[in-house]
Design a protein around this ligand. Structure first.
Ligand code: SIN
Length: 494
C-alpha cells in the first residue's frame, strides 16, 4: 500500500528533534509490521534516553519564543497544518492502514477526524479568554489570565495513530506549549508523516519533537520525561495500568496530567427503544476499528421483552461483515493489531462459552485461507447468555465481540452498567423522555450516547471518570488542559 504514495517523502523513519530528522543515539532500528501480512513495511528509529533528553532540551529552548507568539500567529500555523493534512488525506490514510490495519475507507475517515481537531484548536487559539473579576474592595483590579503550562509530553496509542496525536498536539500548540511526543511502537509512521507536514507548515524548530521507540525501550524514553521538572504536563491515551504508573511516576515533579484510559462501556437497549436504531447504533459504535476503540461497547444489556428480536437483527448484520486486509476495498473489519490482541479476544470468548454463553455468529479465530495473509483476525461475534461472572464483563475485550446480557428492570441495569471501575463511555436507547434524563444522570461515565452510537467530535469534551482517567480532549475544555490560570491583582488604584 505504501508503494502507491503520491509523496513518498511523507514516509519518515527517524526522530524529529529541534527541527531536524535525526538517527537515534542507539543506531538501532525497529521493524514496523503490516498487521495483515505480518511483513515489515518500514524500519524506524529505536531511541533511548539520550534522544528523549535531546528532544526535551529542544522543546524547553523553543518554549519562550513559542509562547510569546500571539494566539492568531499560532492559529495561522495550525490552519496551514490542517490544510496540508486534508490535502494529503489519501497518503496519510494509506500509511494508517499499512501499519494499523484498518480498512482504507475507515483510515480516510480517521484522517479527517484528526484534522478536525487541528482546525478546531486553530480557532480556539484566538479565544483563550481570561476574566476581569469585580473587585471586592476599592482601589484594586483583579484579573485571571490563561498561560501555557510549558513543555508537554504526549504519549499516544496505536488504535487511532493519526487522530490521537493530532488531538494532543493541536491544543498543546494552540495554548503556546511545546511538545515532545512518542507514538506507539506499532504505528510510528503516521505520527512521523503528520510531523513532516507540521514541518512543512512552518512550525519553528523545537516546538514539535518526535521520538520513536520500541515497546522495550519506551520506558527508557518516557522515564526521562517523567523525572525532568521541565516537562510540565503528560498527556496519555492507553491502558489504565500504564496511566496509573505515569501518575505515580510524575508525582515527584507534580506534573499536570490528562489520562484517557481503558473503558468497559455498557450499551443498554430498553424495552421502549427503537430496535432498528439501536442495532444501527451498536454496529457503528462496536465495530469501529474492528472493536479496537476505548469507547466501544463492551457489555450489551437488552431488556427481556425485546431481547430475541434485537439479537436476530444484530446477528444478521454482524454475520454479514466482511473481514479482510485493508488493501481489499470490500473489507469492513481488518486484522487485530497483533497476536496478543487476538489471544485475549479468544480467551474472553472461550471463557464466556465455558460459563454458558452461546455464539450466535462468529466466535473463533480466522486464518488463511478464510482470510488473506498471515494477520491475526477474529470473526465478528455475537454471544448470548453473557453474565457478570465472565471475563469479558470485567475486562475490555478490544475486539469485534458483542456479549449480550438480559435484564428486566431499569434500576437493575443501571446498577450493572455502573458495576465496573471504569467510566469512559456508556450508551442507551429509549424513547421515554423521563427515563432518558433519569438514566443519563445516573450512568457513571464521562461520555453518554443517548439514542446515538457515534459520539466523538472535535467540538465535544472526550474523557472519562473513575479509572478511565481525567482531563478532556476536544472542545474548549480540551484547551484548558494545556493552560493554567494566573491571578493578577493590581493595587494602589485609589
Ligand atoms: C480511543 O479509542 O481512545 C479514541 C476513540 C475516539 O476518538 O472516538
Amino acid at each position: 500500500m505504501l508503494d502507491t504514495l503520491k509523496r513518498s517523502e511523507l514516509l519518515r523513519t527517524l526522530n524529529f528533534i529541534d527541527g531536524r530528522w535525526c538517527r537515534p543515539a542507539t543506531g538501532r532500528e525497529l521493524a514496523v509490521l503490516d498487521p495483515a501480512s505480518l511483513e515489515a513495511v518500514a524500519h524506524v528509529a529505536d531511541s533511548a534516553a539520550a534522544d528523549a533528553r535531546a528532544a526535551l532540551d529542544a522543546a524547553h529552548a523553543a518554549f519562550p519564543a513559542w509562547r510569546e507568539r500571539t494566539g492568531r500567529e499560532r492559529a495561522q500555523l495550525l490552519k496551514k497544518w490542517h490544510a496540508l493534512i486534508v490535502a494529503h488525506q489519501e497518503d496519510l490514510a494509506r500509511i494508517v492502514s499499512a501499519e494499523q490495519g484498518k480498512p482504507l475507507a475507515e483510515a480516510r475517515g480517521e484522517v479527517l477526524y484528526g484534522a478536525s481537531y487541528v482546525e478546531w484548536f486553530a480557532e480556539e487559539a484566538t479565544r483563550t479568554h481570561g476574566d476581569l473579576i469585580p473587585e471586592p474592595v476599592r482601589g484594586k483590579k483583579l484579573m485571571a489570565v490563561k498561560e501555557p503550562v510549558g513543555v508537554v509530553a504526549a504519549i499516544t496509542p496505536w488504535n487511532f495513530p493519526l487522530a490521537m496525536i493530532a488531538r494532543k498536539l493541536a491544543p498543546a500548540l494552540a495554548a503556546g506549549c511545546t511538545v515532545v511526543a512518542k507514538p506507539a511502537e506499532d504505528t510510528p509512521l503516521t505520527a512521523a508523516a503528520l510531523v513532516a507536514l507540521a514541518e512543512e507548515a512552518g512550525f519553528p524548530a523545537g516546538s514539535i519533537n518526535l521520538v520513536l521507540a520500541s515497546r522495550e525501550r519506551t520506558p527508557e524514553v518516557v522515564d526521562v520525561w517523567l523525572a525532568d521538572p521541565r516537562v510540565r504536563k503528560i498527556t496519555f491515551t492507553g491502558s489504565t495500568p500504564v496511566g496509573k504508573h505515569l501518575a505515580r511516576a510524575s508525582a515527584d515533579t507534580l506534573k499536570k496530567l490528562s489520562l484517557e484510559l481503558g473503558g468497559n462501556a455498557p450499551f443498554i437497549v430498553f424495552e421502549d427503544a427503537d430496535i432498528d436504531a439501536a442495532v444501527e447504533g451498536l454496529m457503528v459504535s462496536k465495530f469501529r476499528n474492528g472493536g479496537q476503540t476505548c469507547v466501544c461497547p463492551n457489555r450489551v444489556y437488552v431488556h427481556s421483552a425485546v431481547h430475541d428480536r434485537f439479537v436476530d437483527k444484530l446477528a444478521s448484520r454482524v454475520g454479514a461483515l466482511k473481514v479482510g486486509p485493508a488493501s481489499d476495498p470490500a473489507s469492513q473489519i481488518g486484522p487485530m493489531i497483533n497476536g496478543r490482541a487476538v489471544e485475549k479476544i479468544d480467551r474472553h470468548v472461550r471463557d464466556a462459552v465455558a460459563r454458558g454463553a452461546r455464539a450466535v455468529t462468529g466466535g473463533r479465530v480466522l486464518r488463511e485461507p478464510e482470510v488473506a495473509g498471515r494477520g491475526h483476525y477474529f470473526a465478528p461475534t455475537v454471544l448470548v447468555g453473557a453474565t457478570p461472572q465472565m471475563e469479558l464483563s470485567c475486562e475490555e475485550t478490544f475486539g469485534p465481540v458483542v456479549p449480550v446480557f438480559r435484564f428486566d428492570g431499569e434500576d437493575e441495569v443501571v446498577r450493572l452498567a455502573n458495576d465496573t471501575p471504569f467510566g469512559l463511555a456508556a450508551y442507551f436507547y429509549s424513547r421515554d423522555a423521563a427515563r432518558i434524563w433519569r438514566v443519563a444522570d445516573r450512568l457513571e461515565a464521562g461520555i453518554v450516547g443517548i439514542n446515538e452510537g457515534a459520539l466523538a467530535a472535535e467540538a465535544a469534551p472526550f474523557g472519562g471518570v473513575k479509572e478511565s482517567g481525567y482531563g478532556r480532549e476536544g472542545s474548549r475544555h480540551g484547551l484548558d488542559d494545556y493552560q493554567h490560570v494566573k491571578y493578577l491583582c493590581q493595587g494602589g488604584l485609589k
